[in-house]
Design a protein around this ligand. Structure first.
Ligand SMILES: Nc1ncnc2c1ncn2[C@@H]1O[C@H](COP(=O)(O)OP(=O)(O)OP(=O)(O)O)[C@@H](O)[C@H]1O
Ligand SMILES: [Mg+2]
Length: 395
């Protein structure tokens, strides 16, 4: 495993978050892809060199793991500009969608072409070896989908070819995995809460408590129940509702009411979370309050999220605290806190820094996979096996 690079990748329904190497680089890519039938896209080929590669990801992907092999995709921001773009459907299995693999391979390929190895590439082909830590929703791990997902990644070479992408056009990356670990998402969040990068316990008070973790993502919400230092599979619940739909509704209403078209959901997030001039937009040069729109829609979503919490807490009455994570928690923080003060007064906690919420999974996978590597690079001996088991179940 000597020249294997660490990759910790959270393929979120809304965006991919990835950490690499010794944490010297990371990537954030919206989880949107669009199939292209031709290898030259109609838009965006002029002044290519002045553009950011990340905004112009155009790739062909060869991999036996894909249902549609050798297809061409626009990925991330470039895909959002097309009409045939697809986002993951909340009811689907992450582990069974080509889109999950396309996003995973694309993020690794970017890391590879940005790295040192790329300069020594022969014939524009970069050989990239990774040790991957990633995750799947608890529901899929429960059904054993992680096994097939892992083995299809391990079993072959996956190639990403950059087509009309600035700087990297014509380059190919051969991705090989030396090891792949697939962790259940809720468990990973717990690890991130109680352990530092060396998996030393940083939160003694928390470690033996029964806790809930409510992860409000773009398209889904998961509530994990942690008991005896492990996820309680039977108690965890998933809901097909995230924050994206509400952000989209706000965008629509601002357009209808004020005639202002915001570029993306990200702009909506900015309007509702920024410190200065929150809930205001400019309309024909006049500062305009949109609080009525944002408040109504977000409060409605917060109420639904609060109902989920109540429901799970009722079934797990001995829980001591619930942590809210995910980008949706950052957006709904004040609304949920206010509701909670008026209603049940549960012991709930949010993260100060919204980035901590959003990067929770990717950071956890990083901790887990680094620890795995550390334990397996020790000289072989009877110690090793024991420690590996310890990590796997975290007992
Ligand atoms: N800095 C931010 N502050 C607040 N909200 C954000 C921020 N960045 C992203 N969001 C919003 O939070 C939502 C959820 O983001 P997150 O990255 O947690 O979802 P995900 O993990 O990709 O999705 P899922 O958990 O459903 O698979 C998105 O709709 C996004 O627009
Ligand atoms: Mg998520």
């Amino acid at each position: 495993m000597t020249n294997s690079r660490i990759a910790a990748v959270d393929v979120g329904n809304d965006a991919v978050k990835a950490n690499f190497g010794k944490l010297e680089s990371s990537l954030y890519i919206p989880n949107v892809i669009a199939r292209d039938l031709e290898d030259r896209p109609v838009i965006g080929i002029e002044d290519l060199d002045e553009k950011d590669p990340l905004d112009n990801l155009h790739i062909r992907v060869h991999s036996p793991a894909l249902k549609e092999n050798n297809a061409i995709y626009r990925v991330g921001n470039l895909a959002t500009k097309t009409t045939n773009s697809t986002e993951l459907d909340p009811g689907s299995y992450k582990s069974e969608e080509d889109q999950t693999l396309i996003m995973l391979f694309a993020s690794l390929a970017i890391d590879a072409v940005e790295g040192k190895n790329a300069q020594s590439a022969k014939n524009n082909v970069v050989e990239a070896n990774y040790t991957l830590g990633t995750g799947l929703p608890l529901r899929e791990v429960k059904e054993g989908k992680d096994v097939g997902y892992r083995s299809q990644l391990l079993g072959s070479v996956h190639q990403v070819e950059f087509l009309v992408t600035p700087k990297y056009q014509g380059m190919k990356v051969n991705i090989k995995f030396d090891e792949v670990k697939v962790y259940p998402e809720g468990f990973a969040a717990y690890i991130n809460l109680v352990m530092d990068n060396d998996l030393n316990i940083i939160n003694k008070e928390l470690i033996d408590k029964q806790i809930l973790i409510q992860d409000i993502g773009g398209l889904s919400t998961d509530i994990a129940v942690i008991r005896n230092r492990n996820v309680d599979d039977d108690k965890a619940q998933g809901f097909n509702l995230g924050v994206s739909e509400s952000l989209e509704m706000i965008r629509d209403e601002i357009l209808t009411k004020h005639g202002v078209e915001l570029d993306s959901r990200r702009d909506v997030v900015d309007i509702i979370t920024r410190n200065n001039d929150r809930h205001h937009i400019m309309v024909k040069g006049s500062r305009t309050n949109v609080h009525d729109i944002t408040d109504r829609i977000l409060l409605e979503l917060a109420k639904k999220q609060y109902r989920y919490l109540r429901n799970v807490w009722q079934k797990n009455s001995q829980s001591e605290i619930c942590y809210f994570v995910g980008g949706g928690s950052a957006v709904l923080k004040e609304y949920i806190k206010t509701l909670n003060n008026k209603l049940d007064g549960f012991n709930i906690e949010f993260f100060e820094d919204e980035n901590e919420s959003i990067w929770m999974m990717a950071n956890a996978y990083y901790k887990l996979i680094s620890d795995f590597i550390r334990k397996n690079s020790k000289p072989a001996g009877k110690e090793n096996k024991k420690e590996e088991q310890k990590t796997a179940s975290s007992k």
